[in-house]
Design a protein around this ligand. Structure first.
Ligand code: PRX
Length: 636
C-alpha cells in the first residue's frame, strides 16, 4: 500500500467518526443525524442514527435542479430490439407513477414489495418507487424458479409482487408467469396483489380477477401522480436480498438506508471515479447485489447515466458491449470474469472496432480473476482492469484499488488492498489468531462493519450474529467465509470459500440447496453436490446421488433417465443456474464416523486431485466409489 491511500485508510479506522461524517456530506439528509455511529449493541452497527434521508430522493429528486434533461437510464435490449433513454425528469415521473400504484395497492412504510423481473426499466422504477414510500424491496433474480421464489415469498411476506410476462435470453422467450403461478401456489404467505408488466412476449400462466393487475392499466390510472418522499430514519431497511450460505435456507441480507447511500456515494468517488453526467455500465442483473449497488443506486446517486442492458455479451456479436461503450460514452464499466472469458473465445478485433476513449477503467468482481483473462482484456482495451472483492452482505468493496484517492500499481490475481472503513484481518481457521504475510487465513472483519454493510438477516438477528460472527470462539469477528493471503507488499489474494458455497459464472449458489432439490426426487436416498473447476464459468456443480433402489439403477438406461429427471427437478425448483453438469450414481457417500459427508474430499476427487485427509473417514469404500464414478465418467 503506498503512502496516500495508506493514510486515507488509516484515518478511516483511527478517526472513524470524522471520516464517515465527511463521507455523509456526499448525500442529502432531511434531518441531520445525531451521531455518526451508535455501536451500543455489538455487533449491530447503527450508522447515522437520528438522521433521515431517502434513497430515491438521493438517486432521483435531488438531480432534477441540475440535470433534469440528462439521461438517467440508457436502456438497451438486444433481445427485443428496444433501445431508449429516460432523462432524470422522465425517471422522476415514472417512479412517482409506480409509487402511486404501490400505495393504491396498500403498500405502506416497512411493507415488502417482491420484484421478480427481467432487465427492463420498469424493474428500476419499481425498486426506486418502493424505497420512495419507505417500503422494502426484495428483488428475486429472474433465473430462479418457482421453489426458490416461493421460499423468498414466505420469508419476506410481501404485500405486493411485481413481475412481467416474460424475459428473453439468446432470442428465446422465458415465460415468467407459469413460474409465478406455481410459486404462489407453493407459498404459505402469497402477496394479496400481483402486478404484471405485459411485454407482449408470452401469454401463458393464468390470471386471477382478485389478485392480478396489469402494469399498463395501473400506469394509466396513476398517470401524472406525485408521491412525496417518505423520510426514513437512517437505520430503517431499504431492501432485502437473499443469498446462499451453508444451510439449504437462503438468508435475507438486510441493508439500511443512510449508511448504504453514503457507502455507495463514497465508492463512486474513491473507487469507480464516476461523476455527474458520465455513464456507468454494469453488466450484471438487478437480481444480484452488483445490480442493486451499481446498476441502480450507486450511479444514480452520483448523477450518472446508468446503462440497463438486457442481453448477452455475444449477441448480435461479441462487439455489442464495446458498441455500447462507444455510443453512450461509458466512463466506468463493471463486469465479471466469466463474461470476459466468454468474450475471449471470440475475435479480439472486436475490442479495436469501436472508439473506447471515454472508458477510464474496467472493474471486475464476483469470482476469482485468472491472470490470462486479466491480461487479455487489459491488453485488448489498453485500460487498467481493477479486480475488486466483495459480497452481497457488504454491498460494496471489501478489497479494491482506489484510483480516486491514489493510483496504485496492480498485481494480477490480486484485488489489491482493504477498503477504507474495513478493519480486515486474516485469521487462523480454528484458533482465530492473526496469520502472517504469505500465510493462508480466513478473511475476517473486526466489527463494527462500515456503512453499507448488512445490518442483520431479515427477521433473524440471532442467526445474523451466529452465522457471521460465530466462527472464532471468544472473538467477535465477521467471517467472509473466504480464504485469503497477503503478500509482503500488502496485496491480498482470495483463495476460495471456506464453506459449501460455489460460484457458477459469478453466481453464488449453495450446494445444500441443490442437494435438497435432488433429494426431493422419490427415487433418491441422499446426494452430495460439489463445485468443480470449469474453464469458462469458474465452477460448475456436480452431483453424487445414492438411489434408494440400487439394483434397479444398475441399468445404464434407467440411470440416464433418472439423471434426466434430476436435472429437470433442479431446473424447476432452483432454475437452470443450479443445474449440475452431471449426476454420478454411487451406492454410498464417503462420511466421517459422526456422519458428516466429506464434501472437500469428494470435490478433490471430482477435480482429479487426491482426496486429502481421510483420518475421520468411516468406510473407505465410500471414497473408492467416488473415485470409480469419476474415472468411469472421464473414460466414457
Ligand atoms: O467468494 C467470494 C466471491 O464471491 C463471493 C460473494 O458473492 P456475492 O455475494 O454474489 O457478491 C458478489 C459481489 C461482487 C465472495 O464471498 N468473490 C467476489 N469477488 C471476488 C470473489 N472471489 C475472488 N475474487 C473476487 N474479486
Amino acid at each position: 500500500m503506498t503512502e496516500s491511500y495508506r493514510e486515507f485508510y488509516r484515518r478511516s479506522l483511527e478517526d472513524r467518526d470524522g471520516f464517515w461524517r465527511e463521507q455523509a456530506a456526499l448525500i442529502d439528509w432531511q434531518r441531520p443525524f445525531d451521531r455518526v455511529l451508535d455501536y451500543g449493541r455489538p455487533p449491530f452497527a447503527r450508522w447515522y442514527p437520528g438522521g433521515t434521508t431517502n434513497l430515491c430522493h438521493n438517486a432521483v429528486d435531488r438531480h432534477l435542479a441540475a440535470r433534469a434533461n440528462q439521461p438517467a437510464i440508457a436502456y438497451i435490449s438486444t433481445e427485443t430490439g428496444v433501445e431508449r433513454t429516460y432523462s432524470y425528469a422522465q425517471l422522476y415521473d415514472e417512479v412517482n407513477v409506480c409509487a402511486a400504484m404501490l400505495q393504491a395497492l396498500g403498500v405502506g412504510r416497512g411493507d415488502r414489495v417482491l420484484i421478480y423481473m427481467p432487465m427492463v426499466p420498469e424493474a428500476l422504477f419499481a425498486m426506486l418507487a418502493t424505497v420512495r414510500i419507505g417500503a422494502i424491496h426484495s428483488v428475486v433474480f429472474g433465473g430462479f424458479a418457482s421453489h426458490s421464489l416461493a421460499a423468498r415469498i414466505d420469508d419476506a411476506r410481501p404485500t405486493v409482487m411485481i413481475t412481467a410476462d416474460a424475459g428473453m435470453r439468446m432470442g428465446k422467450i422465458i415465460a415468467y408467469r407459469p413460474l409465478v403461478e406455481e410459486a404462489l401456489r407453493l407459498a404459505q404467505h402469497p402477496p394479496a396483489k400481483v402486478v404484471t408488466l405485459d411485454r407482449g412476449l408470452d401469454r401463458s400462466g393464468g390470471r386471477s380477477a382478485e389478485r392480478d393487475l396489469d402494469y399498463a392499466v395501473l400506469h394509466r390510472e396513476h398517470s401524472g401522480a406525485r408521491v412525496p418522499v417518505a423520510w426514513i430514519e437512517s437505520n430503517e431497511p431499504s431492501y432485502i436480498l437473499y443469498t446462499s450460505g451453508t444451510t439449504g435456507t437462503p438468508k435475507g441480507v438486510q441493508h439500511d438506508t443512510g449508511g448504504y447511500a453514503v457507502a455507495l456515494a463514497a465508492s463512486m468517488k474513491h473507487i469507480y471515479c464516476g461523476g455527474p453526467g458520465e455513464t456507468y455500465f454494469a453488466t450484471s442483473d438487478i437480481g444480484w447485489v452488483v445490480g442493486h449497488s451499481y446498476i441502480v443506486y450507486g450511479p444514480l446517486i452520483a448523477g450518472m447515466t446508468t446503462v440497463v442492458y438486457e442481453g448477452v455479451p455475444i449477441r448480435p456479436d461479441a462487439g455489442i458491449w464495446w458498441r455500447i461503450v462507444e455510443q453512450y460514452k461509458v466512463a466506468v464499466m463493471f463486469s465479471a470474469p466469466t463474461a470476459i472469458r466468454v468474450l475471449k473465445k471470440h475475435d479480439p478485433a472486436y475490442l479495436r472496432k469501436y472508439d473506447l476513449s471515454s472508458l477510464k477503467n474496467l472493474f471486475l468482481a464476483g469470482e476469482p480473476l485468472d491472470e490470462p483473462t486479466a491480461r487479455w482484456i487489459s491488453d485488448g482495451l489498453g485500460r487498467s482492469v481493477i479486480d475488486h472483492y466483495w459480497q452481497t452482505e457488504t454491498g460494496w468493496s471489501i478489497l479494491a484499488a482506489y484510483p480516486g484517492v491514489e493510483v496504485t500499481p496492480l498485481k494480477h490475481g490480486s484485488p489489491s488492498f482493504p477498503a477504507y472503513g474495513y478493519d480486515l484481518r486474516l485469521l487462523h481457521e480454528t484458533t482465530g489468531a492473526e496469520v502472517g504475510d504469505n500465510e493462508k487465513g480466513v478473511v475476517a472483519l473486526a466489527p463494527p462493519l462500515p456503512p453499507g454493510c448488512l445490518t442483520t438477516i431479515w427477521g433473524q438477528d440471532e442467526r445474523f450474529v451466529k452465522t457471521y460472527f460465530g466462527s472464532f470462539p471468544g472473538k467477535l469477528m465477521y467471517s467472509t467465509f473466504d480464504w485469503g493471503i497477503r503478500d509482503t507488499d500488502g496485496y491480498y489474494f482470495i483463495l476460495g470459500r471456506t464453506d459449501d458455497v460455489i460460484n457458477v459464472a459469478g453466481h453464488r449458489l449453495g450446494t445444500r440447496e441443490i442437494e435438497e432439490a435432488v433429494c426431493g426426487h422419490a427415487d433418491i436416498a441422499e446426494a452430495a453436490v460439489v463445485g468443480i473447476q470449469d474453464p469458462v464459468k469458474g465452477q460448475v456443480p456436480v452431483a453424487f446421488a445414492v438411489a434408494k433402489d440400487a439394483a434397479r439403477f444398475s441399468d445404464p438406461r434407467e440411470r440416464a433417465a433418472l439423471e434426466h429427471e434430476l436435472l429437470a427437478l433442479v431446473d424447476q425448483q432452483i432454475g437452470a443456474i443450479g443445474r449440475p453438469a452431471r449426476v454420478h450414481f454411487v451406492t454410498m457417500l464417503p462420511k466421517t464416523r459422526s456422519g458428516k459427508v466429506l464434501r472437500r474430499s469428494i470435490q478433490a476427487l471430482a477435480e482429479g486431485r487426491e482426496p486429502g485427509d481421510l483420518t475421520t473417514l468411516d468406510d473407505p469404500s465410500g471414497i473408492e466409489q467416488i473415485r470409480t464414478a469419476v474415472a468411469e465418467a472421464t473414460s466414457r
